[in-house]
Design a binder for this molecule. Sequence first.
Ligand code: SF4
Length: 468
Amino acid sequence: MSVWPLRFAETGNGDFLFSDEAGGFFRSNDGFLARYAYDDLSEWDRVFLTGRGHAFCEEGDHHYVGFASRWAKRQFVPGPLDYIILVPTLRCDLACSYCQVSRANENARGFDWDEATLEATLALLDGLATTQIKIEFQGGEPLLRLDLLNLVREFCRQRFASAEFVVCSNLQNVSDEGWTFLAAPDTHLSTSFDGDAPTHTRQRTVDPRRTDKFLANLERAVAIFGPDKVSALPTIDPNHAPPPETIIASYSRLGLRSVYLRPINYQGFARKRFGRAGEDGWADYYQRFIEALIRYNADAAAPMEEYYLSHCLRRIFRGGHHGHVDLRNPNLLGADYMVVDFDGILYPTDEARMMTRIGQIDLSIGSVFAGLDRERVAALNGAADNNFHEDCTLCVFQPFCGVDLIDDLSRYNRIDLPKHETEFCRRHTAIFRKIFELIYRDDDATRRSLAAWLDIPVFDPALAPVHG
Ligand code: SF4
């Protein structure tokens, strides 16, 4: 019998978490660790490891093929380019203190698509190999150019068999035409709400009357379109954030069931103004938020989730869960999604666009006029996976984790730091540690939340395997 390589990490009280490269995991103790390390496995160890898919008898047997299949599902293989973020204008009618993007004043000139950029963008869309498309309108405030949004949407509806649209709006000023645009069944709304009115005012609107107007618009959007069509994200400065219970109550009152806590991004204007302020205290705040959610869900008729935690949890239990572009492995850039800026320049991600805008490094990968610069894309993707990184290969969380080269470049101007010195690694180590602590917690309320976040009826304790 051969055992696939196991990674391990201490979880306390002499216990260890073990995982293999295909994402199988279990908890055991230092006795098993010693037997594994010294190649002195007992018969019971062998039965357990083979039965759980951590070992095989001979190459090509069903244990071997099963492992290979699970491993393959853990690898992200990009499909055709079918997710495009469009920035038809950089102009915005707010100047949020935590704005990630390099926005321009509402009345500024030269920050919108011109006729040639619009035409070239439509030509780029027309040339795509896909039959389904997802378009995300960003800005600036995209509703300032409803005319462009309408043109793109009409074009896509006719060109593709299926088309889906997301408008990322500050929802501060919405015209009658804007409400009509958002009401279409294929169009979703994404906005930012920082958890309570005082925080939203401090971080975004400056004036409480503007916050009231925003909240009225958000309530109207949820009431008319329903919570499935509206998402809102709070940007959290852990040193000045509302208590977790306040955010949960605010979102619950609005009828929203998913909260995606965003740290202050180390990008764009936020980087210039706040530096790394958001890194300190994040893990502590995040953990308190998750515990507050579990308490809330214990007797809530409709449980709530923190979106990113649910995503990481699902990546632990399911191979092939690659739907979030910030956490994939390999995280190949310039493949299945990209950004078209206000001037027609292409970027692999919105963060890459921001870094280029503030002059840190040019991460553009072509333009709608000249097409994709495949050499630049290939250069960016030179280290896009964690399978062979000397730190990640020893990490018990590797099969569930990913890579974010743009974040590393943004924070450290390099991509070769030891992983544990990067914010990406620290944040994901904390999240995965927390999730495994929850998975092995003997508590009904926690299991109720885990079931809701995994979208399964019951979280059976057998989902948390232990080898004694
Ligand atoms: S980035 Fe950090 S947490 Fe993720 S696999 Fe690598 S070492 Fe582990």
